[in-house]
Design a protein around this ligand. Structure first.
Ligand SMILES: Cc1ncc(COP(=O)(O)O)c(C=O)c1O
Length: 528
């Protein structure tokens, strides 16, 4: 955390024992009341996550601590801080600030004589101590209990079981629904050319790869895909990995290491974040899409080997990185630029070639173009398109490439076929862009807040987790498969439904989605 300047966490020494006790007691009380776990004490070196406390639990604990301390907590801090002790230290640092420094919500402690007093909970009075679960099991048990509770209430909306796929519609949990939760931007999942290509390749090469390409050999299909991707992305070469997640993790942690700098947008995808952390380089996050914030960090790192990584389209908000000034800054400071095009290929630019085409940039303005084969390309896998010197280095050093079985040839051939369809039918991109405009303008007209989205990823901000869950329940009961997204996938103060538009949806499909959303929005009070 010391590497992250965005949280504004002041350096302190040991936390004040009374603050430490206040944090500790609040957590113990929450575990007893909300999770029925009769713990007597928690480990000061554990994190909320390790204790099995989820986003809603963290939000409750945060608000109780705010009431007790009279200070406003940055919601992200609750999960970003590594241990309970660090949370206590952070509260101490807020308490040491003047009211002006600490922010508008800081009215001061409720009871100045005894600011840390935890009000006894009536239900706990006289209650005998129960069995204390050992550390790791406590974490699993708590999550299981909350999952079961949500299932019991009919409010568990993850992993719906899909039994049929029919264009824009699916049968999920036994019900026919319009799919708004997947990334099939061009609707190629059931495309005959992709299916036939996969079947033919499987007949020729079998179902898997039996190992690592560097050792067990590569196939002509892998080679063809890499050359196709290089051509499509206007680079010298490309290297394919078994997933987009592995691509980011392996590539970033191979290209930079201890002694280097890696700087990324604070809203970058988790796979980028994980790669940056794993690399051992000094890792800084700049404020979302804020060029001044990036400039400040590049200035601080000047003279050091630096990699800047950004998403082209942000996966939770659907906004686009302001790339031209990022390119300019990287050139000025001699930094290397990597862009994750997971949500921009097939989406941005007249022919779907992504963010470079969208902004009219030159082919060499982005040093490393990363993409995934699991979204627009309707398969599985990830890739990096770059100069050959770079891909050769990755082929011999990226641990996700040399210590993991290769993408099966059948999957590689699906991506080739998908690119062929995109090259033949660029009108699919225009159709997608038309649907995006239809959906976003319809939602806005109804009074929904869609944040800054201008792409097929369209959030509907719900302001609290409960509304996100209730909207989901109503939408699904009416045949609309939407996804609730809450903390820690997004900041705690911005839960939402995250919807995805596809070129395969008809105008009637989108009107149907808007109708259902309107009813759900009115029933939950989200819109009038
Ligand atoms: C921006 C971004 N990058 C990378 C990934 C990982 O890709 P994959 O799902 O192919 O592992 C995702 C997945 O959602 C993503 O949204």
């Amino acid at each position: 955390m010391a590497d992250s300047p965005t949280l504004g966490i002041a350096e302190t020494s040991e936390p004040d024992p009374t603050t430490q006790q206040m944090v500790h007691d609040t957590i113990v009380r929450w575990l007893r009341e909300e999770a029925s776990i009769q713990v007597e004490k928690v480990d000061y070196d554990a994190s909320l996550f390790e204790l099995g406390i989820d986003s809603m639990g963290a939000a409750t604990i945060g608000s109780q601590l705010e009431t007790l301390s009279g200070k406003t907590l940055n919601p992200d801090v609750l999960y970003e801080l590594e241990t309970i002790n660090e949370l206590a230290e952070h509260l101490d640092s807020l308490r040491a600030m003047s009211p002006r420094d600490a922010g508008p919500g800081d009215a001061g402690p409720r009871d100045p004589k005894n600011p840390h007093a935890i009000p006894p909970h009536p239900e706990l009075a006289g209650q005998p101590a129960g069995t204390e679960q050992p550390g790791l099991m406590q974490r699993y048990a708590l999550l299981n209990r909350r999952v079961n509770k949500l299932k019991g209430e009919g409010r568990y909306f993850f992993e719906p079981v899909i039994s049929k796929h029919d264009g824009a519609w699916v049968e999920a949990d036994g019900k026919r629904m319009l799919m708004l939760g997947s990334y099939e931007y061009l609707g190629l999942l059931g495309h005959p050319h992709l299916k036939q290509t996969a079947i033919k390749t499987i007949e020729e090469f079998g179902t898997g790869h039996h190992g690592v390409r560097l050792l067990a050999g590569t196939t002509t299909v892998h080679r063809k895909l890499e050359s196709k991707l290089a051509n499509f992305m206007q680079t010298e070469d490309a290297i394919v990995y078994s997933s987009g997640y592995v691509t980011n993790l392996s590539t970033i942690s191979t290209l930079v290491g201890p002694g280097d700098f890696v700087i990324g947008d604070q809203w970058n995808h988790a796979s980028i974040m994980d790669g940056c952390r794993m690399s051992g380089a000094t890792f800084w996050e700049f404020k979302h899409n804020d060029i001044d914030s990036l400039a400040e960090m590049l200035k601080k790192a000047d003279g050091g080997r630096t990699l800047v990584v950004v998403d082209a389209v942000f996966s939770m908000d659907g906004d686009i990185i302001d790339l031209p000034p990022v390119v300019e800054l990287c050139k000025k400071h001699g930094a290397m630029l990597m862009v994750d095009e997971a949500h921009s290929l097939g989406v941005l630019g007249a022919t779907g070639r992504g963010v470079q085409e969208h902004f009219g940039l030159g082919p060499d303005d982005i040093d490393i173009k990363m993409g995934t084969l699991s979204k627009t390309f309707a398969g599985c896998g990830g890739f990096v398109a770059a100069r050959e010197e770079m891909t050769t280095f990755l082929r011999h050093h990226a641990r996700g490439y040399i210590f993991s079985g290769a993408l099966p040839a059948g999957q590689a051939s699906v991506a080739i076929a998908a690119i062929e369809v995109l090259e033949r039918e660029p009108e699919l991109v225009t159709q997608l862009q038309r649907n995006v405009t239809h959906f976003i303008s319809g939602l806005k007209k109804l009074g929904f807040d869609t944040a800054k989205s201008v792409t097929p990823i369209v959030p509907v901000m719900t302001h609290n987790d409960e509304t996100a869950l209730e909207m989901t329940r109503i939408c699904r009961s009416e045949g609309l498969l939407v996804i609730p997204v809450c903390y820690p996938a997004v900041p705690m103060d911005s839960p939402r439904l995250r919807n995805c538009v596809s070129a395969i949806q008809t105008s009637e499909d989108i009107d149907f989605a808007l109708d259902v959303m309107a009813r759900a929005g009115r029933q939950t009070g989200l819109i009038k």
